[in-house]
Ligand binder design. Structure first.
Ligand code: ATP
Ligand code: XMP
Ligand code: GLN
Ligand code: MG
Length: 535
């Protein structure tokens, strides 16, 4: 699917070469916010293998020191692309290394805020473009132990600080810039303006990366890939990612797209009904709800290990999904349609970045199940309309596609659902208790107007018994743990400071209304060292 159907062939694209900095994805985010499309690739990318002509290139920072033996380096051919280059921190040092500058070790590591003094050069107006529109000084964020001892031939110093004589440099003619600070973090006050100067003015990119323009182009792209007769099948959970992907697909190919929602018996209160109502009735998506709850719950009998639960649920998902795809294939044969050739997946850009990152995929803490990802030996080809988008872009897209706020702002819900929120063995009774408590909890969070402030909330059932007293009688029942977190990327999270009066009310309702529970606790652990889900 390379060539004219790729997003980077439809937009001016900036290439970000990742040297492994913890901020690399932030550079990508900031440039997208400016309205310019960009892609992040490992710094080891061979330029001859690049499938598109970037309008400019950015080198990220890096945890390596440029003098390390195994320090990563760019393919020098990047300098022959003849497009503007901006090096950030290690990226500046890498430019300097290629162009003959000297790099040394700082006497004192520089970490934190610094005042950048801007040095202008009236005789070389081009070098001034990076800091155009800025005052004479600017607060910037530094994080480095190496620095330039001299600028390479042909470069001018365009900014310094009291400790860095070469905090910013620019080539007199070659449109190559390097900065020692990090414009991508918000602590650099003019960071976004600097990045905008680079991508808009210096690279000449058009700021046309908006979700409104993406919709039309993506629909067109899907139509080209699928063809006039092709059919697509997709697992849809009612989560924002799969819903937005499904809606795009529906706009592109109508009822040749078949969405399948699997009731695995561990969904939330009335979830399948609600999702069906919204997706079928309101969004016009061709959706089948398959009730496989008995199959899932029977297979979970006696299983207590969280990873085993995930595996059983992941595998069963595939089985159900494959047999549904075969059924649809059969049923649509009479309509004279082609076989189903494609599988829709709601993969997002962070998943892609994670798998191509220079640092490689991170250590497995939990094997998050992913329905499509496991269908390896299927003949179906993947189609991933959200592959280039971040979650907030997906939400913006969802709004434009007129998907209800209720779905667009839904907290994420894991595929294995309540099964990993009932600790220990998953039985129908235990699921019913967790589901009822969760329903009350979420309802009250919404009533208190807190749902949007919280990134994810749920109730977990702990299979331990504690003593209580109700109506003068001794009780000996289980515990509900309430979890609520704030997070931007779900890689790290802080526990949410839930107001006491809201907690009081929720606790009261759960103990009174949910049979089998006599105690409610609130989880005050952050991630790390805890995780968001209890299992
Ligand atoms: N009950 C289900 N029925 C069908 N497909 C499902 C179900 N649960 C999960 N999936 C599939 O697994 C994928 C991954 O689930 P995941 O929870 O990560 O994403 P999501 O549900 O689309 O969005 P969110 O992260 O907001 O919940 C979904 O995109 C969907 O394709
Ligand atoms: O589709 C999924 N299948 C899974 O097996 C799974 N486990 C965790 N999660 C979700 O991932 C995010 C981070 O969760 P953890 O901090 O618990 O790892 C949170 O949003 C979790 O809800 C899952 N999603
Ligand atoms: N943030 C960075 O890119 C740091 C680069 C390099 N490790 C240094 O200490 O200078
Ligand atoms: Mg989900």
């Amino acid at each position: 699917m390379e060539g004219a159907t790729e997003v980077h062939s439809l937009y001016d694209t900036v290439l970000i070469l990742d040297f492994g900095s913890q901020y690399s994805h932030l550079i990508t985010r900031r440039i997208r916010e400016i309205g310019v499309y960009c892609e992040l690739l490992p710094c080891t990318q061979k330029i001859d293998d690049l499938h598109f002509q970037p309008k400019g290139v950015i080198f990220s920072g890096s945890p390596y020191s440029i003098s390390d033996k195994d320090a990563p380096h760019v393919d020098p051919k990047v300098f022959d692309l003849n497009v503007p280059i901006l090096g950030i921190c290690y990226g500046l040092q890498e430019i300097s290394r290629n162009k003959g500058g000297k790099i040394g070790i700082c006497e004192r590591r520089e970490y934190g805020r610094a005042q950048l003094r801007i040095i202008r050069h009236a005789e070389h107006p081009f070098v001034d473009k990076l800091f155009q529109g800025l005052d004479d000084t600017s607060e910037v964020w530094m994080s480095h132990g190496d620095h330039l001892d001299s600028a390479p031939e042909g470069f001018r110093v365009i900014g310094d600080t009291t400790t860095s004589a070469f905090a910013a440099v620019a080539h007199e003619t070659a449109k190559t810039f390097g900065i020692q600070f990090h414009p991508e973090v918000t602590h650099s006050k003019d960071g976004k303006r600097i990045l905008a100067n680079f991508v808009l003015d210096i690279c000449g990119c058009e700021a046309n990366w908006t979700m409104a323009s993406f919709i039309d182009k993506e629909i067109e792209r899907i139509r080209n890939i699928v063809g006039p007769n092709g059919q697509v099948v997709g697992a849809v959970s009612g989560g924002v990612d799969s819903t937005v992907a499904a809606k795009l697909m529906k706009e592109a190919i109508g009822d040749r797209f078949h969405a399948i929602l699997v009731d695995n018996g561990v969904m939330r209160y009335k979830e399948c009904q609600n999702v069906k109502a919204i997706l079928s009735d309101r969004l016009g998506i061709n959706l089948d709800v398959v009730d496989a709850s008995d199959l899932f719950l029977d297979r979970l009998v006696g299983v207590t290990d969280p990873e085993k639960k995930r595996k059983i649920i992941g595998n069963t998902f595939i089985e159900v999904f494959e047999s549904e795809a075969a059924r649809i294939d059969n049923e649509t044969k009479q309509l004279g349609r082609g076989k189903i050739d494609f599988l829709l997946q709601g993969t997002l850009y962070p998943d892609v970045i994670e798998s191509i990152s220079f640092k490689g995929p991170s250590a497995t803490i939990k094997t998050h199940h992913n329905v499509g990802g496991l269908l390896e030996n299927m003949r179906l080809k993947l189609i991933e309309p959200l592959r280039e988008l971040f979650k907030d872009e997906v939400r913006a897209l969802g709004k434009l596609l007129q998907i209800d706020d209720e779905l667009v702002w839904r907290h994420p819900f894991p595929g294995p659902g309540i099964a990993i929120r009932v600790l220990g063995e998953v039985t129908r009774t235990q699921v019913a208790i967790a589901r009822a408590a969760d329903h009350i909890y979420i309802e009250e969070i919404k009533n208190a107007g807190l749902y949007r402030q919280i990134s994810q909330a749920y109730a977990a059932l702990l299979p331990v018994r504690s003593v209580g007293v109700m109506g003068d009688k001794r009780t000996y029942e289980q515990v509900i743990a309430l979890r609520a977190v704030e997070s931007t990327d779900f890689m790290t999270a802080d526990w949410f400071p839930m107001p006491y009066d809201v907690l009081k009310h929720i606790s009261n309702r759960i103990i009174n209304e949910v049979k089998g529970v006599n105690r409610v606790v609130y989880d005050v652990s952050s991630k790390p060292p805890s995780t968001i889900e209890w299992e």
